[in-house]
Design a protein around this ligand. Sequence first.
Ligand code: COA
Length: 171
Amino acid sequence: MSEPSSPAWPPAPIRTERLVLRESEARDRPACVELFSSPEVNTYLGGPRPRDECERTLPPTPERRPGLFVVECDGTMIGTVELRRREIRAGESAIGYLFLPAAWGRGYAAEACTAALGWYAAALPAEPVALYTQSANTRSMRLAAKLGFTEAERFHKWGAEQWKGVRTPPA
Ligand SMILES: CC(C)(COP(=O)(O)OP(=O)(O)OC[C@H]1O[C@@H](n2cnc3c(N)ncnc32)[C@H](O)[C@@H]1OP(=O)(O)O)[C@@H](O)C(=O)NCCC(=O)NCCS
């Protein structure tokens, strides 16, 4: 039997010790506005979007798409993890993450990414996953190393050094 091209979507909510990974809901909208307009969150992502623009333009239920998980802690959204094949790079699978500053420094991002990578590997066991981040983004670089990503490439884009890591699931 051949491997599926991507995991079935949406999966049942994924529960970890402290978190739930699920699709977005209308009640996540304020946290999404905060995520996109926060200067801290967007320091290495091209800068924040104006808050009033986010308030005006975000749909009533924040965008849902395959591979995009809202991460919930104690009933409230604290960030997102996205893991899917990206058309932009020849169908490469890649992970990305955004967490609200109040949730940093507690291991939540590592816990959520580990769960998402496990979900992905269960459907696509041999699929390597890429991770792109600015090399100056030290929190993100530490997280990438913790998750088992190793350096594949460094390159300059958007006026900064970008780092590409790759993680191949254990055989
Ligand atoms: C990148 C980002 C997700 C990292 O978040 P983070 O909270 O630092 O990452 P982790 O979940 O790995 O947490 C690690 C920290 O939690 C601490 N921690 C506390 N309790 C912990 C626990 N129970 N388990 C594990 N770590 C714990 C660790 O000691 C570590 O602390 P340190 O930062 O002082 O070294 C976050 O900074 C972010 O969202 N940045 C903005 C978006 C962005 O730049 N994304 C990158 C583009 S893909």
